[in-house]
Design a binder for this molecule. Structure first.
Ligand SMILES: [Fe+2]
Length: 438
């Protein structure tokens, strides 16, 4: 039980929280609290690798999108040589926003205040009144836009504000095996199907990350109408069928729900399946062929889901992939970004059907999305109540689960799929950052 925050410092509260996670407890307060939100900005989002964009959102030289890491607004742009850059969306002269659009194409950005002009790579190239005003004192190379480290994996572009943080590969720490299940859909990989839906929700970002780190527990309850109406037919699975896989010490986690009555690779066109078997390793094919629903989160706030949705009730349906980013904008408040990913080499017909399935299930007004946010918003409201400030949640499912020695992928894979192991790993990593130990 956490003691009341008024009687202890935030640092002591974080320490107590860390100890609680080991015994399967996590404080409700973490999901809606100004001090926790501020600490996350300071210690978490300033250190982790955060998702910025998919390469297919900015395929041509000059293409850009504006995105966030924590409260920092960034311009993510492809330069004239094809290289992707992320720079703070702020003029170095007096701090005006450089780019007011969410997406577009530009070789340069010109400040609307005093007219400083930068290349889309961030270099300062134009300063009005340069000679007469600065008399040789201003060196353009010293006053480019503030740069952010960028790295990518299979088309996913990430940024990191910490120059000392380990490289992206190390940060992902083996979770690439599972990311491939969403990204290597054929030899051409995947692409976004249009720009993301995005909207503000009165929900804490962490609730979403946790849910998508493999919460198979809520599915038959929160999404029961999907089953009843035949849009998500029962696969014949029970709580015990499937794996919960986490990467210890990294925070990433995925739930792999089996479907005994569901055909391997069901919901994908046959020609695509043949290509997928070439782009994935034999171990990945084994995991994939037994999985109906794969729901995973990259720490801290990027998630993926792949599942079938029946456009005609009762049919196997169309397998689609959604990618989601939970951008925190305040305590208990976030901006949700939601994309549909489709295989580049798939037919137009399949792409259209997959997008339809995604929209009906996980688009902004999708049935599953509505089910989830109704619950998540209420949890967030509850977490802001004064009476819960010394109350914990139980995270004690699977406390003694041993890893499955037969599982062919990396990480810590436990059976059954309905399990809190992934969540303890997630909160433990979160607490490490908040304690300043990463
Ligand atoms: Fe859900």
């Amino acid at each position: 039980m956490n003691t009341k925050p008024e009687s202890q410092s935030l640092a002591a509260w974080v320490e107590e929280t860390r100890e609680g996670i080991d015994s399967g407890r996590f404080p409700v307060r973490a999901f809606n609290d100004q001090a926790v939100y501020d600490l996350e900005q300071e210690r978490l989002f300033s250190k982790t690798w955060c998702f910025l964009a998919h390469e297919s959102e900015i395929p041509h030289p000059g293409d850009y999108v504006t995105r966030y890491i924590g409260n920092n607004n960034l311009i993510v742009a492809r330069d004239e040589h094809g290289k992707i850059h992320a720079n703070l969306n702020m003029c170095r002269h007096r701090g005006n926003v450089m780019c007011k659009a969410e997406m577009g194409n530009a070789s340069h950005f010109r400040c609307s205040y005093h007219g400083w002009t930068y290349k889309n790579s961030g270099e300062l190239v134009g300063v009005p009144y340069m000679k007469e005003g600065y008399e040789g004192r201003l060196k353009r190379k010293d006053w480019g836009l503030v740069r952010v480290r960028v790295d990518s994996y299979e088309g996913l572009v990430f940024g990191c504000l910490d120059p000392e943080a380990p490289p992206l590969d190390e940060y992902l720490g083996g979770f690439q095996f599972y990311l491939d299940l969403y990204l290597k859909h054929g030899l051409g990989g995947v692409e976004v199907h249009g720009p993301p839906d995005h909207w503000i929700a009165d929900t804490d970002w962490k609730i979403c990350t946790e849910n998508f780190a493999g919460d198979g527990y809520h599915t038959p309850v929160a999404h029961q109408w999907g089953f009843h109406l035949g849009y998500f037919p029962s696969s014949g699975s029970t709580h015990s069928q499937g794996w919960a896989v986490s990467i210890p010490g990294k925070g990433h986690g995925i739930g792999l729900g089996h479907g005994p009555n569901f055909p391997p690779f069901g919901g994908f066109p046959d020609d695509l399946v043949a290509e997928m078997k070439q782009s994935l390793s034999p171990e990945q094919v084994e995991v994939f062929s037994r999985t109906r629903t794969a729901v995973g989160s990259v720490f801290p706030n990027l998630s993926f889901l792949m599942q079938p949705f029946s456009l005609e009730p009762g049919e196997i349906g169309v397998r689609f992939v959604t990618m989601r980013l939970y951008h925190p904008v305040g305590p208990g408040r976030m901006e949700m970004y939601s994309w549909c990913l489709v295989p580049k080499n798939a037919s137009q017909e399949y792409k259209k059907e997959a997008y339809r399935a995604y929209t009906l299930a996980f688009g902004q007004a999708g049935t599953f999305e509505q089910d989830d946010f109704e619950n998540w918003t209420k949890v967030t409201q509850a977490a802001g109540m004064t009476m819960v400030r010394d109350v914990d949640f139980p995270y004690i499912m699977g406390m003694d689960s041993a890893p499955d020695p037969e599982f062919p992928g990396p990480g810590h894979a436990v059976v059954p799929y309905v399990n809190d192991t992934n969540f303890r790993n997630l909160w433990s990593r979160w607490a490490d950052y908040l304690a300043g130990e990463v």
